[in-house]
Design a protein around this ligand. Sequence first.
Ligand SMILES: *[C@@H]1O[C@H](CO)[C@@H](O)[C@H](O)[C@H]1NC(C)=O
Ligand SMILES: *[C@@H]1O[C@H](CO)[C@@H](O)[C@H](O)[C@H]1NC(C)=O
Ligand SMILES: *[C@@H]1O[C@H](CO)[C@@H](O)[C@H](O)[C@H]1NC(C)=O
Ligand SMILES: *[C@@H]1O[C@H](CO)[C@@H](O)[C@H](O)[C@H]1NC(C)=O
Ligand SMILES: *[C@@H]1O[C@H](CO)[C@@H](O)[C@H](O)[C@H]1NC(C)=O
Ligand SMILES: *[C@@H]1O[C@H](CO)[C@@H](O)[C@H](O)[C@H]1NC(C)=O
Ligand SMILES: *[C@@H]1O[C@H](CO)[C@@H](O)[C@H](O)[C@H]1NC(C)=O
Ligand SMILES: *[C@@H]1O[C@H](CO)[C@@H](O)[C@H](O)[C@H]1NC(C)=O
Ligand SMILES: *[C@@H]1O[C@H](CO)[C@@H](O)[C@H](O)[C@H]1NC(C)=O
Length: 895
Amino acid sequence: MLFLFFVWFPILISCSSFQLDLSGEWKFSSKNKSITGIGVIPGDIFSDLYRNRIIENPLFGDNHLKFQWVAEDDWTYSREFSIENSNNYSHALLHIGELDTIAVVSINNKTILHSQNQFIEHNVDISKYLRSGINIISIEFSSPTKFATQLADEFEYFNNHELPPVCPPSIYHGDCHPNFIRKAQYSFSWDWGPSFPTVGVPGDIFINFFDLHFFDDFTWTTELIDDFWYVNIEFFSLHYGIETDIRFIVEISDLVKPFSLTYRTDRNLGAHNHKVIGTYKLDIESKKVEKWWPNGMGGQHLYEIRVVSCGKEIRKQIGFKTVELVQSFINPKIPKLGRNFYFKVNNVPIFLKGSNWIPVSMFRNFTSNTNKMEFLLDSAADVGMNILRVWGGGFYESEEFYNYAAEKGILIWQDMMFACALYPTDKNFLTNVRSEIESQVTRLKKHPSILVYAGNNENEAAIRGHWWKVSNYSENQQVRDYVKLYSQIAKIVTKIDSTKPFVMSSPSNGIETEEEGGVSKNPYDVRYGDIHFYNEFVNLWRDDSFVTPRCATEYGIQSFPLRETMLKWINESDWEYTSQTMFHRQHHPGGIAFNLLMIFSHLPIPDQCPSKSLVDLHKCEYLTSNKYMSRLAYFSQIHQATALKTQTFHYRRFRNLTNAEGLGNTMCAMYWQLNDVWAAPTWSTIDFEQQWKMSHYEVRRMFSNLAVYLYIDPADFNLKPVIINDDFSEILNTTMRLQQLSWESGLDPVFSQEYPIERIHPTTAQEVDLSLNAIEYSELSEYLYVVQIYNAQNQILASDVLLPNFLFEINFSTFGKVRIENMRKQNAGLYEILLSTDRISPFTWVSCSKQFSGWFSDNGFHMTGRTKTIELVLKEEMNLSINDFSVCNLRNCYL
Ligand SMILES: *[C@@H]1O[C@H](CO)[C@@H](O)[C@H](O)[C@H]1NC(C)=O
Ligand SMILES: *[C@@H]1O[C@H](CO)[C@@H](O)[C@H](O)[C@H]1NC(C)=O
Ligand SMILES: *[C@@H]1O[C@H](CO)[C@@H](O)[C@H](O)[C@H]1NC(C)=O
Ligand SMILES: *[C@@H]1O[C@H](CO)[C@@H](O)[C@H](O)[C@H]1NC(C)=O
Ligand SMILES: *[C@@H]1O[C@H](CO)[C@@H](O)[C@H](O)[C@H]1NC(C)=O
Ligand SMILES: *[C@@H]1O[C@H](CO)[C@@H](O)[C@H](O)[C@H]1NC(C)=O
Ligand SMILES: *[C@@H]1O[C@H](CO)[C@@H](O)[C@H](O)[C@H]1NC(C)=O
Ligand SMILES: *[C@@H]1O[C@H](CO)[C@@H](O)[C@H](O)[C@H]1NC(C)=O
Ligand SMILES: *[C@@H]1O[C@H](CO)[C@@H](O)[C@H](O)[C@H]1NC(C)=O
């Protein structure tokens, strides 16, 4: 029953409360106490062992292979805390944000909590276990790897089949059966990361003391109906004793003046997680509200919502946006052409440009992880991303993450944390998962950044793709079990948050998957839903190598971090392609060979190799030696940048365009992967030392709202320029300049032609017809093509360079001598660098000899003009001189 009061109403119960923070130093010990030390909460066992000098830096060299014993032992964390006079308050509630993972918590030797799920927060009434004076809290963690193996054994015993993937490929050097433990799945290893099955308390831990009533938290959803925004608020409180009226004061900055609500509690509402004491639907005239828009599409207006109850005030940010997932037929008369799959935000279609987010670290250091998170989201927003997918093998991210994403205009595709595996569906597992999804979606739904929830990563595709051969477990039974788990998850998610769409998996076919019973015949169908695309056997520098889906949520290619990053984490003598240490960091099956084959399909095999044939690569010792590794890493970044650019533009050029087979109307380009958990060859565009790889500089060009792209149309083997505009406004009176250059003739074009572009349409990709002033495309490697769009003021608005496919055919001596002409310090956070070249300078790379936190405004670019100015933008100020900078290009970088 709800009563509304707009005047002060006396509260009859005592509302004072007191919080005792238990974070900080704790004792830890191994099971038989042979190892003990002082650890830090929040944190994890590997960080604590390292801090106590019991183990070496776990990420250095081959150390990741040495600490299996840590994950196989049981560990206890304990500390004392003192309560002066516990009689001050009648109740004490222990809050633990996260327990990793199989844990028993005791107070004064009495067990108060068993936990088997890292993704659930705990609030436990410990009143009756406390005593005046000194108390002891201890947390015993069981080995996560042993727990998973034991459950897997039991499962097989009772079901007569295994539950794949069982163990990861041996090249991962990982641990088995992550699917049996509700813990971040990547902590048992991935194809881009080592195995560090952590244990510990990674989040906050404190005790709230109170009398009869405690205001815990609140959450909400927003929806727009006709002319009103509705904020559906839920208040969570704990209450003991008799029925009482509890008052809440609610305010939203600039929109809703403070007003009060009163709820009558039940008797003994109890100390359960998130006990709803009341709900309230607040309405706000829509014309008063400034909406929240994704990055590049409008402002990120955020308001503050403030709730006060029982002496406690909680403030959170609130934003207003609507989401709709459009899955109409491409052509209702021909249903077999498939369905659209795109998102409308605030009622306008948004082309999703972004990447995939993995956890920022193998370990749980709150301060450094929050710093990394902010750097990475800054780096995403700065290059024009409007979305990140929080991938299903990591965590439901922190409040800080979603808040910061909202400030940056980054939408979030939120997977549930299930990835590349089949999962148990017994009652215990389902109950465990139910609590997890309920508590996470209740927390997440208020964040304006969240766009869509997805049930899992690639599990639907895994079943249909027969990734694993499992005896005694038919495909039909796999499908039944899959549907049981994810339809339960779907029900919970949509019940808690009906304001955002839910898809069963990524990739999946959206409605088509549901109509096919939850697991579609081909989850990679380009006519439906989203796809993941990986193919290392096609030419990734050619537009016609790619498929044309509605939405690409994963695609990517590996590269190596540059020497400067790698040498922080391996010995210099190990910096060679096939050293044991480097070998152990390459987790991509086949990656060792595929990377070389792909790179040297485009770039020259060094002269030191006796043979210039791809099939002889493995025979060339120089190629894999320490002498060549730094250049090979630079080559790998060239390959990654070019492949990502070509594929991304292939998707973007199908914005608002379908071909004769109904393919196209592509609306997402989300490459794999943004960030790294260690220094290793991976698909990331930002390395573990937070240095942007060449590809991340390319991302700024390929995601720019206004872009131009040159590709070769296989139909007539001629050049096609496409102008892509994601803005809502048209651009008038521009000119397109198309030039053919030759490496031999240098900066003076062989051919140059201007084409007036009267109107660049909004939110569309348009091809420019070259038929009037035909330029013959030459596939000779002697030529490259440059396209620029400029306006009446002669400003270049967009440009692209199409390089020949076979760079190894070019005479590298024809490349320019690029130099730094000048450096100007604007302030200690901003340096301007003037570059010059005498001839064409491909893949120009500027570096700074001092490690910095920040990025250049551009890098990895091709200079086809005499000069170029770039800036170094620093997050942490530094004093630099011109001698700290250097520049090179494809002719001489890392030689
Ligand atoms: C304690 O346990 C470790 C790991 O299981 C073992 O190596 C060590 O020998 C044990 N020490 C004692 C004193 O039992
Ligand atoms: C790195 O080099 C040092 C000194 O030569 C050596 O002690 C250490 O074992 C090496 N580390 C690795 C991971 O190879
Ligand atoms: C309890 O009350 C005593 C006396 O009023 C006070 O000194 C003490 O700080 C209080 N303890 C707590 C935990 O609030
Ligand atoms: C817990 O139990 C141990 C052994 O049973 C005992 O030595 C210790 O004093 C107890 N601790 C507390 C806080 O009661
Ligand atoms: C498959 O089932 C048979 C018969 O129940 C059993 O003997 C066999 O061990 C099972 N296979 C596996 C991999 O569990
Ligand atoms: C956690 O990160 C902070 C900030 O980077 C650093 O000072 C601290 O040493 C780190 N702690 C551990 C245990 O690595
Ligand atoms: C392309 O955009 C135009 C104008 O906004 C619209 O009328 C048309 O339906 C769009 N085509 C597709 C395939 O979305
Ligand atoms: C575009 O050019 C036309 C014809 O020269 C001129 O009338 C018009 O004002 C120009 N528009 C803009 C936006 O520059
Ligand atoms: C490569 O280019 C340089 C500079 O133009 C020229 O001197 C040299 O002869 C060329 N080499 C070959 C093999 O064409």
